[in-house]
Design a protein around this ligand. Structure first.
Ligand code: GRF
Length: 207
């Protein structure tokens, strides 16, 4: 796929950006026929912005104020403006620590994708790997899914499973899950870029 026809991806994140890095690496390696058109963060000094700059990808701090945990109102408008300015076709949430509300969901229906560090619907919310460990689950993993109005509830694109080992700490389990995230996210995005995804209600079919 050439630059003109490749999928235009915007990445939103609040933290260290290892998933954003995996996506940028997949694009550079030709495993993902897409172009990362911008990286936006609600945290001015988030490392995800630095990672983008290193690859000469437009990186912007976009204030999500006035809210602290959701993207709504004026903050949402600022994000919509940036996404339109960069002509983003798909919005990828890579550790973006805010709940997405109606305006953005309507503008990008079935075009916002999130990664969650658990096998949904088990363990939604925060520190899911720790939830899995504390629960005594024998397997854990990650889920790439479309974002809907709920929290971690949208249709599932793909999942990767890892074992929970007897001597796992929260940190070692999280690291094992993140390794799989870095494979799963580019893989899911490539399915979308290749037009291989069909959403039928809750079911996501791949062809
Ligand atoms: C990932 O573990 C992802 O599952 C969750 O946020 C974390 C982001 O990590 N949604 P990173 O910033 O991509 O390293």
């Amino acid at each position: 796929m050439n630059e003109k026809s490749s999928l235009r991806i915007a990445i939103l994140g609040s933290g260290k950006g290892s998933n954003a890095q995996a996506i940028m690496d997949a694009v550079a390696a030709g495993r993902l026929n897409a172009r990362v058109v911008c990286v936006l963060s609600d945290v001015p000094d988030a490392f995800i912005l630095e990672r983008a700059r290193r690859q000469s990808i437009p990186a912007e701090f976009v204030s999500a104020a006035p809210f602290k945990t959701k993207l709504d109102g004026e903050g949402e408008q600022r994000y919509l403006e940036a996404l339109r300015r960069h002509e983003a076709q798909v919005v990828v949430l890579a550790g973006f620590m805010r709940i997405i509300k109606g305006g953005l969901l309507a503008a990008y229906a079935n075009r916002i994708i999130n990664i969650h560090p658990a096998l949904l619907p088990a363990f939604p919310g925060t520190e899911s790997w720790k939830q899995a460990l504390d629960y005594g689950a024998k397997v854990a993993g990650c889920t790439v899914h479309f974002v809907d109005a709920g929290t971690d509830t949208g249709p599932i694109i793909l999942q990767k499973v890892v074992p929970v080992l007897d001597d796992d700490s929260a940190a070692s389990l999280h690291a094992r899950i993140q390794e799989q995230e870095h494979i799963a996210f580019p893989e899911a995005l490539q399915l979308i870029a290749a037009g291989k995804i069909r959403v039928e209600g809750r079911r996501v079919r791949t062809s």
